[in-house]
Design a protein around this ligand. Structure first.
Ligand code: NAP
Length: 247
């Protein structure tokens, strides 16, 4: 067990995909993990069972991060579970493919509400706790599309672009309080979020990636763990792109 021994991490959207991989990696490095999700009870239970089977420590915390009130309850409950939060990973996110002009008010609210506002709400609620301890790490899971924008993923790109600047600005504001804020901008990662791709679309996408393959969620988990390590104490306000060289 490693560099995060004694730390407590809250990982949102940890019932599957990238969030699950992050929860597993943080646990492997010694952190106690709080697994947040909003619907997928079975998936969250599987993340919990895997962590416990590996000798780690974890608890489940169901709750919708896109609500200001519910996100306050998530932070309060999480602090009660292990007595503190050292690491907040804002990973929960949703995507939608389609023309921007066809999007409904509900689509706009859902994507911005989950991907951008959810991260803001949780960060706002956890900051007094982290600042009073004089330390903490917030890691936002963004996307390469937040840097360059993607056609037919306009809302998603805007939510992640906002998350990138939220990361950079907040990092400056809280640096003297001992809290570090960084983001990871993944490229195409092998998860359910990309399960809509047909075989031909998938092949075409792989050909666009210099490394010739989709990323593994574990590769994102390892980067989150690295960012939260105290050996990285001088690293804040950065957007780390992990995309196999795609952009
Ligand atoms: P995924 O497999 O669809 O998993 C999304 C997770 O978020 C699930 O655990 C889901 O759990 C949770 N979630 C969704 N809405 C929530 C809410 N309102 N409150 C709490 N939890 C919520 O997606 P993924 O591919 O792992 O993506 C994870 C993150 O990485 C997202 O932010 C995504 O934008 C980003 N990302 C993904 C890729 C990729 O290629 N996969 C690339 C770049 C960035 P419930 O269903 O239980 O709510």
């Amino acid at each position: 067990m490693g560099s995060l021994r004694g730390k407590v991490a809250l990982v949102t959207g940890a019932s599957r995909g990238i969030g699950k991989a992050i929860a597993l990696e943080l646990s492997r490095d010694g952190a106690s993990v709080i697994i947040n999700y909003s619907k997928d009870d079975n998936g969250a239970e599987l993340t919990l069972v895997e962590i416990i089977a590996n000798g780690g420590s974890a608890k489940l915390l169901k709750g919708d991060i896109s609500s200001f009130e519910k996100s306050k309850i998530i932070i309060d409950e999480a602090i009660k579970m292990f007595g503190k939060i050292d690491i907040l990973v804002n990973n929960a996110g949703i995507s939608q493919i389609g023309l921007f002009m066809d999007s409904s008010e509900e689509d706009i609210d859902a994507i911005i509400g989950t991907n951008l506002l959810g991260a803001m709400y949780l960060s706002k609620h956890v900051l007094p706790h982290m600042i009073s301890k004089g330390c903490g790490n917030i890691v936002n899971i963004s996307s390469m599309w937040g840097e360059v924008g993607a056609s037919c993923e306009v809302l998603y790109s805007a939510s992640k672009g906002g998350l990138n600047l939220f990361t950079k600005a907040l990092a400056k504001e809280v640096a003297l309080s001992g809290v570090r804020v960084n983001a990871i901008a993944p490229g195409v990662i092998e998860t359910e979020m990309n399960s809509f791709l047909g075989e031909e679309e998938r092949k075409a996408l792989e050909e666009e990636i210099p490394m010739g393959r989709f990323g593994d969620a574990k590769e994102i988990g390892k980067a989150v763990s690295f960012l939260c390590d105290d050996n990285c104490k001088y690293l804040t306000g950065q957007i780390i792109r992990i995309d196999g060289g795609m952009i």
